[in-house]
Ligand binder design. Structure first.
Ligand SMILES: [Zn+2]
Length: 56
């Protein structure tokens, strides 16, 4: 079980992006909401946070 950085819940299925875990559910949401501006920018901000923490 890993803690998803998007929904803060623990899941056993998901992907690793820049050493951070994103659960399968959130991954699917990211794919499905790519064209919806509000949701998309939410995930982009999350990914920016990941990138910033990965630089350290
Ligand atoms: Zn999640």
């Amino acid at each position: 079980m890993k803690k998803c950085i998007v929904c803060d819940e623990e899941h056993d299925q998901g992907i690793i992006v820049v050493n951070q875990f994103i659960c399968h559910t959130c991954e699917q949401k990211m794919v499905q909401t790519e064209v919806e501006n509000s949701s998309y920018s939410f995930f982009i901000n999350k990914l920016k946070t990941i990138n910033l923490s990965a630089v350290k």
